[in-house]
Design a protein around this ligand. Structure first.
Ligand code: G1P
Length: 289
């Protein structure tokens, strides 16, 4: 099973990041050197993905533009000898083959993924959520693809989260298969107290088979009155094998201000240019106390 296609839902309003997201898609907010979405696309490409469908909405055409060439700007940068800037401007468009479709109606994550049916065709495919940036030695999506290939199964990226955080995620019922890999047998979106199956929550990465589309087409609205991907996965795991991969690596939720700040600080601290300055600044602040 070769996974060459990825779907990135990027149709949300970004309400936790208003007012900036009134006119700038949250996926393009600048985070320690590049837009959030570029980290996610780089992970996909490093995992072997070649074709990427981004599901957008009204007011998000800036995303299409970002993954296109910009001859006027590139010409100016070339003429003034700014080679590094020129490469940075041109590089995103060359990372993969990009496709775009609009969700048109805000009906939930499952509904958004359903829009990928024509693009996906008859192959297994990856889904990467646009808010979740992963830092890992082996790309997190690659970890999922390897498990999906080994078990001839769909795969969910999971990690354990604290009891009081579970209601923000989906909780998965798991049976151990080998270290870090489980069979997924049930799941619930945004569990209320007492409803969770385990502390393993799905965190923004999936490898799915096209069987999901027929399920989505027949799905009733779930949590929040929306078509939930988790509800479709619950049905999929009853029809075909599905594994949950407790992936190695760190996840940053850039869809909320604290998670965004955490990722900004962490990546800036690791960067050769900004790292030493940030360390000195933090030290100076600490000494002032
Ligand atoms: C979505 C999914 C949820 C998942 C979470 C984190 O929720 O619906 O199952 O656990 O992302 O990846 P959202 O953050 O959009 O509310």
């Amino acid at each position: 099973m070769k996974v060459k296609k990825a779907v990135i839902p990027a149709a949300g309003w970004g309400t936790r990041m208003l007012p900036a997201t009134k006119s700038v898609p949250k996926e393009l907010l600048y985070l320690a050197g590049k837009p959030v979405l570029q980290y996610i696309i780089e992970e996909a490409v490093a995992s072997g993905i070649e074709d990427i469908l981004i599901i957008t909405n009204r007011g998000k055409s800036a995303i299409d533009d970002y993954f296109d060439y910009y001859p006027e700007l590139e010409g100016k940068l070339a003429a003034s000898g700014k080679a590094e800037e020129l490469a940075a401007v041109r590089n995103p468009a060359d990372l993969a083959n990009f496709y775009f479709i609009r969700q048109k109606e805000a009906k939930g994550l499952g509904h958004a993924v359903g829009k990928a049916k024509g693009f996906v065709g008859n192959e297994p495919f990856a889904v990467l959520l646009g808010d979740d940036i992963m830092q890992a030695e082996k790309p997190v999506l690659r970890q999922l693809i390897d498990a999906a290939e080994k078990y001839k199964a769909s795969a969910l990226g999971v990690q354990q989260v604290a009891d009081d955080a579970l209601s923000r995620y989906s909780s998965v019922k798991v049976e151990p298969l080998e270290p870090r890999i489980f069979k997924a047998t049930d799941m619930v979106e945004k569990p209320k107290k007492g409803e969770a199956f385990s502390n393993y929550a799905i965190l923004g990465r999936y490898v799915l088979t096209p069987d999901i589309f027929d399920i989505i087409d027949h799905l009733e609205p779930g949590y929040g009155g929306e078509i939930q991907l988790t509800d479709a996965l619950q049905k999929l795991c009853r029809q075909t094998p599905m594994v949950a991969v407790d992936f190695e690596g760190r996840r940053y939720d850039t869809g909320n201000p604290i998670g965004f700040l955490e990722a900004t600080l962490e990546f800036s601290a690791q960067d050769a240019e900004t790292g030493p300055w940030l360390q000195a600044y933090m030290q100076q602040k600490a000494n002032q106390k």
